[in-house]
Design a binder for this molecule. Structure first.
Ligand code: HEM
Length: 163
């Protein structure tokens, strides 16, 4: 195991595998509320980068649903974080924001999609990761589409299942 690169040391609290401890809650004005489970993997190979993979599943059938994967980098000497993300739905986005203690607040600054992506078009994503005092990780995601303003889509908490 290689040591964590100092450039991403402030994000060490994210590393490992996290599994939703209770079902996540999905909402949006245009859809029926739903529940889901999700596993997050944050790993590194010694580069100044954290690798991530998020896999969500149907609550009952356990069928794979939404998936996201990418890289997290930090601007040297700052608390500025970039989250570079590809989604299985054909959306790619770059989210940037700041790390304050054990909370990471991100907002999309670039967003693109495949030519045949499903409607509606996502226009904006904002997301918060927070390490709770009880050691659980919390993720909240809001989005705006071409017919809805920025509104919460996801809320979920996870327990670390391996480092
Ligand atoms: C619906 C985007 C993550 C499950 C949607 C819709 C969009 C969207 C644009 C359609 C809304 C509408 O019809 O007005 C996103 C984005 C995500 C994300 C940008 C990540 C940043 C997830 C995750 C799950 C999920 C992690 C977990 C299973 C669903 C479900 C629906 C939905 C079940 C409703 C049915 C459907 O349209 O497929 N999402 N989503 N989404 N999303 Fe997400």
């Amino acid at each position: 195991p290689v040591p964590l690169n100092a450039a991403v040391a402030p994000l060490e609290w994210l590393l490992g595998t996290w599994e939703s401890d209770e079902p996540g809650e999905g909402t949006f004005p245009t859809i029926k509320p739903f529940r889901y489970t999700e596993t997050l993997h944050f790993t590194h190979v010694g580069q100044p980068v954290i690798n991530f993979m998020f896999n969500a599943f149907h609550i009952e059938t356990k069928k794979p649903l939404h998936r996201e994967s990418g890289f997290i980098r930090m601007k040297p000497g700052t608390n500025h974080v970039a989250f570079i993300n590809a989604q299985n739905t054909g959306l790619v986005d770059i989210e940037e924001g700041v790390l304050t203690d054990k909370q990471l607040k991100l907002q999309s600054c670039a967003l693109s999609r495949i030519s045949f992506a499903k409607e509606p078009q996502v226009q904006q994503i904002s997301r918060v990761f927070r390490l709770q005092p009880d050691g659980k990780l919390e993720q909240t995601v809001s989005m705006a589409t071409n017919n809805q303003p920025l509104t919460q889509h996801l809320h979920i908490t996870y327990q670390r299942t391996s480092s």
